[in-house]
Design a protein around this ligand. Structure first.
Ligand code: GLP
Length: 260
């Protein structure tokens, strides 16, 4: 796991975008794993900026969402499929139908989950998976207690996650209890994981995921099992890391040719 600590959100966006652009340069048909929440927005903003500048094209690439709420109406602005459409898809040149998400409105949810796993496999797997982390250490919507080898399935949100996500909803709207989420095993199959965390509210989860034991109690700690996981942090999110000085020194001396 590579831990990179930088002073501001813009630098996080640039580093993750560099990685996406380099991937597209060597593999124009790259498959992206797309996260929602506020953390990846700096990356999407930077990718849109580079697309507008003519520096990158998504015309042959594809994307798969990490997760989705169950039961939110199709037109609901917080449906993750709508969020990704708004924040990235319709602002760059993905081909029509190039981005898929698990359908939280389907009648047969287990069938949707199985089909989603198959679709990811049929697309050749995810090349670059963007991730955030919840304050309780959840990744995608894999809450504490999630099997470390889980696949896409229905999960029940904790009260804490529902409270954390209330900020995205109108006061009159209830945050759904149920979600569909790629499993931790599904996420581990991606070739490169890039997890982004910002702010002191994430400091404890970041400490647990980077330096704690690998444990279903902190689902994001499963990244420790991956051969190519990058954790991009601002100073506040890194404030509880015991080896922060080492991570900073390592990054400051990183060989130029290496990339993320
Ligand atoms: C939601 C999403 C996660 C995201 C988390 C943190 O629960 N399902 O994918 O990582 O929120 O969100 P934020 O980045 O806004 O802190």
């Amino acid at each position: 796991m590579e831990v990179i600590i930088v002073p501001d959100a813009a630098t996080i966006g640039e580093l993750a975008a560099d990685s996406a652009v380099a991937l597209l340069a060597r593999k124009p048909t790259a498959v992206f794993g797309l996260a929602t929440g506020s953390s990846p927005l700096v990356v999407y903003a930077e990718l849109i900026r580079r697309y507008d500048a003519g520096e990158v094209s998504f015309a042959r690439s594809r994307g798969f969402l990490l997760d989705e709420y169950v039961g939110l109406p199709a037109e609901h602005p917080q449906r993750y499929r709508s969020v990704i459409r708004r924040e990235l898809e319709e602002r760059v040149d993905f081909p029509p139908d190039a981005i898929a998400g698990p359908d939280g409105l389907a009648v047969d949810l287990p069938a949707v989950c199985a089909d989603y796993e198959r679709a990811i496999t049929d697309a050749g797997g995810v090349d670059l998976q963007l991730l955030g982390v919840g304050s309780d250490g959840h990744v995608a919507f894999n809450e504490p207690g999630s099997s470390l080898s889980s696949r896409t399935r229905i999960k029940t949100l904790t009260a804490r996650t529902r409270a954390d996500n209330e900020r995205f909803f109108e006061p009159t709207d209830e945050v759904p209890h149920h979600v569909l989420t790629q499993g931790l095993g599904t996420i581990l199959d991606a070739r490169h994981l890039v997890l982004i965390a910002r702010g002191s509210g994430k400091a404890s989860a970041v400490h647990q995921l980077v330096e704690g034991p690998v444990s279903a109690f902190c689902p994001a700690s499963v990244l420790q099992l991956h051969q190519h996981a990058t954790v991009l942090l601002d100073d506040d999110a890194a404030s509880q890391l015991r080896l922060a000085d080492y991570y900073r020194e390592t990054y400051a001396n990183k060989p130029q040719w290496q990339g993320l």
